[in-house]
Every structure is written in structure tokens, then in C-alpha cells.
Design a binder for this molecule. Sequence first.
Ligand code: UDP
Length: 505
Amino acid sequence: MRTVEVSNHTSLAEYSDRFHLEGHVRTLEEEAKQLLPSLSGRKVWMINAAESGGGVAEMMPKLVSILRELGIEVEWVVIESERPEFFGLTKRIHNLIHDAGDPGFSAEDRALYEAVNEENARALERMMSPRDFIVAHDPQPCAMGAILKERTGAPAIWRSHIGLDRATPRTRSAWEFLRPWIEAYDRVVFSVPEYVPPFLADRSSIIHPGIDPLSPKNAEISPRRVQSILCSGQLALQHSPMLHPLFEHPALRLSAEGKWERATEAEEIGFLFRPIITQISRWDRLKGWEPLMDAFVRMKSSSRTGPDGLHNRCLDIIRLVLAGPDPASVADDPEGKDLLEELTRRWLDLDPRLQRDIAILTLPMASREENALMVNAIQRCSTIVVQNSIEEGFGLTVSEAMWKRLTVIGSSAAGIRQQIRDGVDGILIPDAENTTEIATILDRALANPALRGHLSGNAQRKVHENFLVFTQVRAWLRVLHSVLTPLVDVTLSPPDASHTGASEA
Ligand code: UDP
């Protein structure tokens, strides 16, 4: 187990200086004033499995730093193990909760899971007081939090960022595995009400994830800065002197020889010129990479019979960008490398013309900030951002793109349905594995700029009202408070209405 340092880049006062965020900060501070007394003198231990890669690691620094600024002592620790099979096992639990993989666990699985959690719990127990609060995130440290609660008597919350809107033999098998530990917790938090398994109905709360509107990943950036980030990450060639230096670690692109090379080889992707469809995610089968690539191939290969010359030209020059983290950098996701290899094989089988039109990119994670800037710039260059997840706990990438006022096309996975209303703030794909359907939806959206404008405006409003970090922190304050003082109502009122709906981008 190790502690993760968090530095706060943006204070609440700085958010408040932005007219469209001021109401959010005021509402948060007012609520905090009422709820904080019950939390004083208690340290909150946030425990998860990775400090980078994926949605939980994305949200944690901001959650921790805002809670600290409000006056709560918070520490972030990451569960560790020298046994890679532990993360293989927890990834299997993760997949089963999303109805994928082989159900059933052996006595050895249970022994491994317990041993790693026990070892980590022992290390943290030495640093804890019974007044502290334990908040364990996702299956990896679930037993660790339960063990700590039992030994120290500290109140404990288990936060599941994953779930499925139906019960299947696979999901049941995962929940049965975790059940003895989850039942030890005072409260369990899910992102979506449909995820709550029946045995937890009496102790669940719902918290929607939220994004940081001023982070390097989401802040508004000028066209010049977009261009300079692309050049710094070697995603585009530099044609003029630039203020900022090259990033130490460039993005890499799969080449026709099956090697990872500079993304500008053998020709530029054309981020600033061509229409671009993008998906950025972890390299996980459940993110629906392969059907998306197949759908793009289908759309590109379809005959151009329509009368709209501009649309036909769009289909000719459009490119698909599939980007994810360097798979070596995401400690708790051992399957990433295999999936990327599979996708690579599929891509290498494509006609060279299609290979040129589909860029598979790995974005280095050595610097979180540089990685975030690249995600920001790539999304802002996209005509459409897709999140074609077969299953999705929430899908922060959706809110990240909606906040940037982009057209987002998402699958109908439960997490994404929370964010996108079909035809209102984006478009939903009914079946993430139906390539014909995906191709048709992409084609129609590309042919209709007016629709895209309408959807993307609503998308930003939706995130402003529901999925910014301030709303998430308010929900956390209520849940923490209510565990100490049961019977309190944890329903959230909307943020200060006079400030909702304003937009910056
Ligand atoms: N992400 C990133 N760099 C990448 C790929 C993904 O920073 O190369 C981020 C992405 O922007 C999002 C998070 O990883 O913030 C993924 O979270 P999401 O909830 O979409 O899915 P999860 O990975 O948690 O399943």
C-alpha cells in the first residue's frame, strides 16, 4: 500500500471567478458549512487500485483536493501487490460484474484475494484511528476496507464505480464472491440506481461521477494551444516556431509494419484539417473498439450515391482515431496489452488505404498533465466523439467530450444512458456490437451539421447541470454525513439556479 500525493492546481476561489461556475461553488460551500461539523477530527482514507489510468484515478485528485480545501483531512492510498495474478483476478471480477468472462472462483482465488487485502490492511491499520473514515473504491480493496472496519471500528463506505443494469449468472457469481466483505460496510455507493444488487438495497446511495471543468483535460484552450499540444505530442508537424517545448514522451501510432512510431509517420493524421471521429478509452474489450473500427470501415467502403457533394467529400477524407493509454502504464488492467494486440492484428489485415484512415494511438502516461492535454486537444479536433462501450460503469469520457460542446455518440450501456438522452444531448447506439447500425448512425450524424450543433449545445448544458465535480463533492459530503447521522435525507438540490446553463466554450 502506498500514499499518493495530490497537488491542488485550482482553488475554489479560482473556479468561483468563472461566472458559469460561481453558483456551483457557492452551493457547495453553503452545504459544506452545514455538514462539516459532523466530520471534524476525522480523517477520510480513500483507497483504490491505481493512481493513473481509468475513471477512478481521473477523479480522485480533484475529489481529494476539494474535500481538503473545505477543511476535511483526506489521504489517498493505493492497494499494492507484487503478485500480478491479483490484478488478473480483480480484473476478472470487474469483467463479471459487466457480464463478461467465466463465472466461478476457486479456493485459491479467494485465498489470493484475501491475502493481498489483508497485507494492505495491516499496513494501513498502523496509520489509522477509529474516528477515521474508510472509503474503498471498486472490488480490488473491498476486503481491505472491510477488514479495517472490523479491526478499528471506523465507519466505512464501499464505492463501486461499476455495475450492470441486470442480473446474470456472471454478475451473481462476482457479487457472491464480494458479498461477505461488502456486507461489512455501513454504506455502499453506486453511480446508477439500476446497479444496486438486491442484497444491498437497504444501504445504498447514488453518486454520479463528475469532471473538473478547469483541469488540463477539460479546460477551454485556444486554437493555437490545441495546435501546439498536437505538435508537442508529435501528433502533428510543427510548421512555425512554438512557445511550448516538445513533450518528453510523444504519442505513438501503429505503423503498417506493426511497429509503434511517431504519429506523423508516414503522413500526418490531419487533426486540424480533416473531419475526425475519435474514441479515447482504456484498451478494454468492453469499450467496443473492434465493432467501432469495423463500422468505420463499413461507412468508408459504402458507395457514395447521395446528392450531397460535401457529405461525400467528408466520407472520403474523414479519419478515425482510436486512442488509449500506453498499456504498460495501467497497473490494475493487465488485459490492455492483449486487447491492443488483437486490435493491431485486425488493423494490419485492413487494406492499406483504410489503414491510413484509421490511426491507432497510444498516449504516454509518464506525465499525467501531458496525457491530459493530448486528450483535450484530440477531442477538440473531433467532429464526433464516440464511446461505443459494450458495458460501461459510467464513462467519464462521455462527459469530458460533452463538456467541450462536441457531438457525442455513445452506446446504450447503462452508464452512458445516464449522460446522453438520445436525440437531445447526443446520440445513442442501440447495440454496440451491430456494425451496420453504428455505421448508419455515424453517417447520418456526419450528414447533418445542424443536428450536431443542437446536440452539442445541449450536451454542455447537461454536464454543467449534472456532472461537474462540485455536484459530486456535495453528494460525497451528504453521504459521509449520513453514515454518521443516519436518517438524514441525501437527495441533492440543484446548484444555484441563477448560474446554470451558462457556457464558456
Ligand atoms: N484516459 C486518459 N488517457 C487515455 C485514455 C483514457 O486520460 O489515453 C482517461 C479518460 O479521459 C477518462 C478515463 O481515462 O477520464 C476513463 O474513464 P472512463 O470512466 O471513461 O472509463 P474507465 O477507464 O474508468 O472504465
